[in-house]
Design a protein around this ligand. Sequence first.
Ligand code: ZN
Length: 175
Amino acid sequence: MAEGFSVYLAGYPQELVDRVQGLHGQSRLLPWLQEQYPEAHQVRTDRALYDYVQDMRARYLRNGAPVDKVLYDSRLRVLQQALGTHTRVARVQGSKLKTRREIRIGTQFRQMPEAFLRMIVVHELAHLKEMNHDKAFYQLCQHMEPDYPQLEFHARIYLGHLDQGGEPLWSTGAG
Ligand SMILES: [Zn+2]
């Protein structure tokens, strides 16, 4: 059971990973998460997501490349294709010019707190300017969202929970 967290939290200090696993073992991890983020966001459709992303882009990256297409993608593997394994490796850039203006968000993020959605949108917007998970990239993320590191850490914990077959915490029922 601990494996899921290790994968999602690869690159974080071991003591932090141990603490997460300890809390999980005591069934305290999820209540703790839910207490910090009590509500799910309302950005449920691709259309609403498109507006949400354009709004953030207009606020923070006015001079950046436009985004043409935004959608929730159920096939996206968030860890491998979006967040990365936190080891500062370059992203796979197969057809980078083609895909650059399209932002895909894993469907897991449809039923999450607004803070986690904001984190992943900030992450993808930052990639419009910085391809790699390097220092400049994370600085840009923090420019858009000062709490970015903490939000990414908490979202990773939740994704690790889901990946281990855990029940969704912010399930809303209605599609
Ligand atoms: Zn990334």
